[in-house]
Design a binder for this molecule. Structure first.
Ligand SMILES: CC(C)(COP(=O)(O)OP(=O)(O)OC[C@H]1O[C@@H](n2cnc3c(N)ncnc32)[C@H](O)[C@@H]1OP(=O)(O)O)[C@@H](O)C(=O)NCCC(=O)NCCS
Length: 164
C-alpha cells in the first residue's frame, strides 16, 4: 500500500517540486500558460505538495484575498500518473483545512468546467454563471471554511493511498 503525505512545501526542494508539477500540468499538458504559470500571488501564497511513495505527484496553492477571511485556492494539479488514486481530493481538503486554520472563513476557486462534479463531491457550490478564463470554460465555486478543519494537524497529514 502506498503512503500519501500532503503538506505545506517547506524546503527549496519541495518548492521546486511544487512548481514542477504545476509546470508539467498547466504549461506542458494543458497549454494554459505558454512558459510559466507563476504570477504575483506566488510570492506570499501557501504552496502545498502531495507525496506518494516518496515522490511529489500533486500540488495546490492558496492565499488570502482580504482581511475579512476570504481565501482563494488555485493551481490544483496531479500528474497524469497519479490521477484517480485519490490525491486530488486530499489536496483540496488540505487547502480548505489550512485556510480555515489560518483564519479564513470562506474559500473561492475558479474551476475548469469538467472538474465541477469533483468539487461538488467535496462540498463546494457554484457561484454565478460559467465564465471564460484563458480560453477554457470555468465556474467559480465556493466553500465555507468555518468548522471545515478535520481532525488532523494543519501542518500535514498522511494515510494509505489507494483507488478503492
Ligand atoms: C482534477 C484533478 C486535480 C483530480 O485529481 P485526482 O487525484 O485525479 O482526483 P481523486 O482521485 O482524488 O478523485 C476523487 C474523486 O473524484 C472523482 N473525480 C476526479 N476527477 C473528476 C472529474 N473531473 N469529474 C468527476 N469526478 C472526478 C474521482 O473519480 C474520485 O471519485 P471516487 O471517490 O468516487 O472514486 C486531476 O485530475 C488533475 O490534476 N487534472 C489536471 C489539472 C486540473 O484540471 N486541475 C484543476 C483545475 S480546476
Amino acid at each position: 500500500m502506498t503512503r500519501l503525505d500532503v503538506r505545506v512545501a517547506a524546503t527549496g526542494r519541495e518548492l521546486a517540486a511544487h512548481h514542477e508539477v504545476r509546470r508539467e500540468v498547466f504549461v506542458r499538458e494543458q497549454g494554459i500558460f505558454a512558459e510559466d504559470d507563476r504570477d504575483g500571488w506566488d510570492e506570499d501564497a501557501v504552496k502545498v505538495v502531495a507525496y506518494a511513495a516518496g515522490r511529489v505527484l500533486g500540488a495546490v496553492r492558496l492565499y488570502p484575498l482580504d482581511e475579512a477571511g476570504l481565501w482563494k485556492g488555485d493551481r490544483l494539479a496531479v500528474l497524469p500518473e497519479g490521477r484517480r488514486l485519490r490525491i486530488g481530493a486530499p489536496l483540496v481538503r488540505f487547502a480548505v483545512a489550512t485556510a480555515g486554520a489560518r483564519g479564513g472563513t470562506r474559500m473561492i476557486a475558479l474551476i475548469q468546467a469538467r472538474n465541477v462534479p469533483f468539487f461538488r463531491q467535496l462540498g463546494w457550490s457554484a457561484l454565478g454563471d460559467e465564465t471564460d478564463y484563458r480560453g477554457a470554460t470555468h465556474q467559480e465555486m465556493t466553500i465555507a471554511l468555518a468548522g471545515a478543519q478535520p481532525a488532523f494537524a494543519p501542518a500535514g497529514y498522511a494515510w494509505a493511498l489507494g483507488a478503492s
